[in-house]
Design a protein around this ligand. Structure first.
Ligand code: PEP
Length: 256
């Protein structure tokens, strides 16, 4: 079964209203000719979801960088999935390494957020990945497995149709250090084998597993050329529409 390539632009805590809108407009232009076989999503900061949603046009989808587990109530500072959907978001990230390691989110919380995103009807991009220390200790697959199992607890095989897994080695995020295509492929293949174990071969074959960690226009094609790498989650390079457009073009060349 063919998997539609996926490229997400995680803007993190960058841009302001005017620059966010300008970037969204530029991303729409830079990606408008790219094959519809690539799903393109931008993840701006919460306050700019509405203006970015208005500026991205029909080709690019809107995503949120996080979502809270509860629907409403006394949770100061949090944003519910229903609120995100109301602002036009169709996707949300969960478990980004900055939320895990800077903000201290646990595997359990990431699992609860993932279920909330799926229950709310959005597509969930679940991020997993090992630290440098864990990689050097040979724990890459163990960490990925632990984080993935926790994130997908309670997610049905049908629910997996709206899950994208992002493998993002922590040491490669924002560092300019990219995993080699072979190392990334190995981690992706292990994740796909895990999905076969948790669900079945059909779910494993259908689920997009994307790579994140210092992807640029110059290294995207080689990474996306690996059999189990179905696109990328892009941080720094997503703030440059041309660079992001080049990454989307590289994903469009991927044939499964
Ligand atoms: C990210 O934030 O998910 C990411 C991969 O960042 P960068 O591309 O800057 O490494």
């Amino acid at each position: 079964m063919g998997r539609k390539a996926f490229v997400g632009g995680n803007w993190k805590m960058n841009t302001q209203r005017e620059s966010a809108t300008a970037l969204a407009t530029a991303v729409a232009k830079a990606t408008e000719k790219a094959s519809r076989d690539v799903e393109v999503v931008v993840f701006p900061p919460f306050p700019y979801l509405l203006p970015v949603g208005d500026a991205i046009g029909p080709r690019v989808r809107l995503g949120a960088q996080d979502a809270y587990t509860e629907a409403s109530g006394a949770f100061t500072g949090e944003v519910s999935v229903a609120m995100l959907a109301d602002c036009g978001a169709t996707h949300a990230l969960t478990g980004h390494s900055e939320r895990r390691h800077v903000l201290g989110e646990s595997d359990t919380l990431v699992g609860a957020k993932t279920r909330a995103v799926l229950d709310g009807g959005l597509t969930c991009v679940v991020c997993v990945g090992e630290t440098l220390e864990q990689r050097e200790a040979g724990e890459t697959d163990t960490v990925n497995e632990r984080q993935t199992r926790a994130a997908l607890e309670g997610v049905s095989a049908e629910g997996m149709a709206r899950v994208v897994i992002a493998y993002e080695p922590v040491w490669a995020i924002g560092t300019g250090r990219t995993a080699s295509p072979a190392d990334a492929q190995q981690a992706h293949a292990a994740l796909r084998a895990l999905l076969a174990k948790l669900y079945d071969d059909k779910v494993a074959a259908a689920t997009r597993i994307i790579y994140g960690g210092s992807v640029k226009g110059a290294n995207a094609a080689e990474l996306f050329g690996q059999p189990d790498i179905d696109g990328g989650l892009i941080g720094g390079a997503s703030l440059d529409a041309e660079e992001f457009g080049a990454i989307v073009t590289a994903a469009a060349k991927k044939v499964h």
